[in-house]
Design a binder for this molecule. Sequence first.
Ligand SMILES: [Zn+2]
Length: 410
Amino acid sequence: MNKIIRTKIYTVIAFLIFFGTVEMNAQQVIEGIHYFTGQPVQVKINNGMIEDVTTLDKPVSDNPVYIAPGFFDNQVNGFAGVSFAFGESDLTPEGIEKATSELWKKGVTTYLPTLTTNSIDVLTRNFELLSKAVDDKKLRGSIPGFHLEGPYINPEDGFRGAHPKQFVKPPDWSEFLKLYEASGKNILQLTLAPEMEGAMDLISKCSQEGIVIALGHHNADMKTVTAAIDRGAKIATHLGNGAANMINWHRNPFWPQLADDRLNISIICDSFHLLPEEIQVFYKVKGVEKTIITSDVTHYAALEPGEYKTSTGETIELTEDGMLRYPAQNVLYGSASPITKGVGYIMKVTGCTLADAVQMASTNPARLYNLNDRGTLEPGKRADIVLFTLEDSQVNIQKTWVKGEKVYEQ
Ligand SMILES: [Zn+2]
């Protein structure tokens, strides 16, 4: 063999080894107990997607490590000191990255940064900043869009919750459109009070645009709730919260929202926002298909217990056991627990299976926003995957993959 031919052969071999290695790196195999079937499985991922899920002939250990699609939280006001909602926060691209990577550690692979009632200037600025996160390669598609909760809510104490009164206003389509443009048309959900003047028009227009309308922080009667659903409203935001402490026994917003089978609900399962019997009843009425676990988690989540001042001047208290309160009105001020806690907690109080809990924390939200590339553990879906153990109804995340890349290992 002459020297030139030999060099050529070596080059070809080097080429094959190089690309073979790249191929092997892109392809990974993860094993775990399938969250839905309870069977040991091998999940093959390739180029960020799930390629294959194969059942293995293996015994299940006493302390199984479960494999499931990553969790999807549709209400994240902030996390780990980073607020999406406030004006004076240090909301920066780095802050968004920090909040996202801290959520990955909790198994949350998709979330909707949630902007609550504030001045239109602050909302516009924050949406403009956040709009760049949707395509930010470092975030790997974890932020598909946003949730706007307010400012078109009921201004009455109690129903308004901790939303600052001075910024609550009547629904206004042209104003909303400006916010929608600022978000890069990435507002996926708008929570509003349907009884406010102009709300029905806004519900119709948003629904035509494909924006999910959610009913929340409202005191609507049966007729109004039905009319809102007729016009396309799809979900009740954190049902059982965002209401006054004293309500009419017969005529209140809960019965009509529970009674209409078309309406989905989101519920905060952090053990503070709802009593076990409330979760039990809501779950019995709506079932696994219509229930979504949400967190309403705020940027106080990772901070020390104590009193804090919000940028709009309210005093907020984070208690030792993780409850976040707005003492002036004796209402809760969002949550300090990520959705991960809710997955275990709803199993504990309702007796539902892990398959049901994951459906309510991954599959259902993905379906609600038509994000068909995620939410289940099936070939062709994004490889957004969590491995976790389950002890005393507590989900302990061990590893997280986002679009095929391992982003967290305990
Ligand atoms: Zn709320």
